[in-house]
Design a protein around this ligand. Structure first.
Ligand code: 3PG
Ligand code: MG
Length: 418
């Protein structure tokens, strides 16, 4: 690890601003926001415990959702403070702001080993704008900066990038947390020299989001298994009908290029052989964004490569599950990012759950090195109660992919070298 890490620090008595990725899935239950998957919180505990043991005064900054610079009560980090307190078995203070007087007072009163969680940094639009004055305000309460938010390291925001520059300029240390270090090591080392067969499972709505990583992975992988709506852009490129499925008609050339590269390099490029389709119907109900809620009717397995004109593909079908399971069963290294379908809805979750089971099964049998990228795939594994059977699950979605594309992550770049 070329970057400074928390293991190189001694923060006794110092105030440490720790950027964590607590962008966890929440669900409203009886008027309260409940955390449905705490993986991202649990994964930061080693860093927090180390800093607590060293006698640091911890000030945690994080974002939740995309409130776009406004106070959005459903995106408050307050429920996370409670969860963190339970997990750490110690009091976690919470301030309903991330800058200003109240924060300064509370931070000033911290004793060695105390933990304070600040409110969602994205309640200020200056966060995503990486506004220098806002970064100064965030930095005001701390002498040291630790970034353990691997999942947000692809964002050059004030709390992930700007604040590190401010603290470094003042002569303070800026180091990676243990989770950040672990993520970079696994994704870096393991994917540099993966154990073969290396099987990549990619789901996503858009080819455009994934094309760069597909291009890069075609140089490393033995097989690519495609799910999600982007499969339909590939089908379109192959001349099939896609019905009402989500497609990017302007990306068929890109899709063709990827297919040709796979062929030329002898990489298996598997697309769904069948799917679960349904007729989408707009209802009078509006969702949170004010868009009509879509209801899916006539859910059925479609055994053909052509999608019926009035239907959309929403999950991979049973034949595809069989084919993908077979590929996964041979794997020594697996990278999985994003679900195979609209898995939030039970009727379209079977493909994703079946892939999760296959990944867990090969882990137990061959001790394959599983590298799972992406919050959604982690949630799928946890939902199927298979999460603890996997050696390594990345807490990053977009961050893992940008890293695998070979891009420098701004949140990492801003940390000091050893
Ligand atoms: C994530 O969940 O992808 C990270 O927390 C970053 O969030 P963002 O995609 O809203 O920037
Ligand atoms: Mg994201």
């Amino acid at each position: 690890m070329p970057k400074l890490t928390v293991k190189d620090l001694n923060v006794r008595g110092q105030r440490v601003l720790v950027r964590v990725d607590y962008n966890v899935p929440l669900e409203e239950k009886d008027g309260q926001m409940v955390i449905t998957d705490a993986t991202r919180i649990v994964e930061t505990l080693p860093t927090l415990r180390l800093l607590i043991e060293q006698g640091g005064k911890l000030i945690l900054a994080a974002h939740l959702g995309r409130p776009k610079g406004k106070r959005e009560p459903s995106m408050s980090l307050r429920p996370v403070a409670q969860k963190l307190a339970d997990l750490l078995s110690r009091h976690v203070a919470f301030v309903d702001d991330c800058i200003g007087e109240k924060v300064e007072q509370t931070a000033g009163a911290l004793k060695p080993g105390d933990v304070l969680l600040l409110e969602n940094v994205r309640f200020y639009k200056e966060e995503e704008a990486n506004d220098p004055a806002f970064a100064e305000k965030l930095a005001k309460v701390a002498e040291v900066y630790v970034n353990d938010a691997f999942g947000a390291a692809h964002r050059a925001h004030a709390s992930t990038e700007g604040v590190a520059r401010v603290i470094a300029r003042r002569g303070g240390k800026c180091a990676a947390g243990l989770l950040m270090e672990r993520e970079l090591k696994f994704l870096g080392d393991e994917l540099e020299k993966p154990a073969h067969p290396f099987v990549v499972i990619l789901g996503s709505a858009k080819v455009s989001d994934k094309i760069q990583v597909i291009d890069r992975l075609l140089e490393k992988a033995d097989a690519l298994l495609i799910g999600g709506a982007m499969a339909y852009t590939f089908r379109l490129a192959q001349g099939y009908q896609t019905g009402k499925s989500l497609i990017e008609p302007d990306r068929t050339e890109v899709a063709k290029t990827a297919l040709a590269k796979a062929k030329q390099r002898g990489v298996k490029f598997l697309l769904p052989l069948d799917d679960v389709v349904a007729v989408p119907v707009k209802t009078d109900k509006l969702d949170k964004k004010g868009k009509p809620v879509i209801e899916y009717q006539e859910v059925r397995v479609n055994a053909e490569m052509n999608c019926p004109a009035n239907a959309a593909g929403l999950d991979i079908g049973p034949k595809t599950v069989q084919a993908y399971t077979h590929e996964v069963a041979q794997a020594k290294t697996i990278l999985w990012n994003r679900p195979m379908g609209l898995f939030e809805a039970k009727r379209f979750a079977e493909g994703t759950n079946a892939v999760a089971r296959a990944v867990a099964a090969v882990t137990q049998k061959h001790g394959a090195k599983r590298i799972i990228g992406g919050g959604d795939s982690v949630k799928a594994l946890n939902k199927a109660k298979l999460g603890d059977q996997v050696t390594f699950m990345s807490t990053g979605g977009g961050a893992s992919l940008e890293f695998l594309e070979g891009k420098e992550l701004p949140g990492v770049a801003a940390l000091q070298d050893r």
